[in-house]
Design a protein around this ligand. Structure first.
Ligand SMILES: [Zn+2]
Length: 176
């Protein structure tokens, strides 16, 4: 298994949620949706219980600020049970709406089978921290797993489309 460990390399930083990329997200609080500056902005805004708080997070200048604002707002009571699904929805939007993101994601297929968000900031839920303190903690790598899932979905869509195109290209029936 060829595993990409961490997204700090220039070539792969687009996989990070901090990467600047217009990302659309809507939910029950904001049914019309909004285009966020990064996937991180969208994810942090999704924690909110009001549209005002969502916009407050959206207005953050950097993804780091968005993360801090996400900690300051009132958290949705169901957050723990929905957060993985929220992340998946956001990643789907990030990598299918933007042609550049889509192409770069698809280009990873020839190099890596899966992604792991190796980190040094003690995140063992979304990633896998490699600091001495976290050595014995199992990193769940939920972000890496969801990124790999989204890529698999895009590949299957691509294959499905290609097959449809081949079908429509087949010569018309011999009857006429
Ligand atoms: Zn650590």
């Amino acid at each position: 298994m060829r595993m990409l460990h961490g997204f700090s390399d220039n070539k792969y930083e687009f996989l990070s949620n901090f990467y600047a990329c217009d990302t659309f997200y809507k939910n029950d609080i904001d049914p019309e949706g909004y285009v966020y500056k990064t996937a991180e902005h969208a994810f942090q805004a999704a924690k909110a219980t009001s549209i005002e708080d969502m916009r407050y997070v959206a207005d953050a200048h950097t993804p780091g600020d968005a993360k801090r604002r996400g900690r300051m707002i009132k958290l949705r009571p169901d957050w723990e049970s929905i957060k993985d699904n929220v992340m998946l929805t956001i990643l789907r939007s990030k990598f299918s709406d933007d042609q550049d993101m889509y192409s770069r994601m698809m280009a990873t297929v020839s190099e890596y089978d899966a992604f792991c968000e190796d980190n040094w900031w003690h995140d063992n839920y979304w990633g896998d921290c490699h600091c001495p303190k976290c050595e014995k903690i199992f990193g769940r790598n939920r972000l890496g797993i969801l990124l790999t899932q989204v890529r698999d979905e895009l590949i299957h869509e691509y294959i499905g489309r290609t097959k449809d195109e081949q079908r429509t290209e087949t010569p018309v029936s011999e009857k006429d």
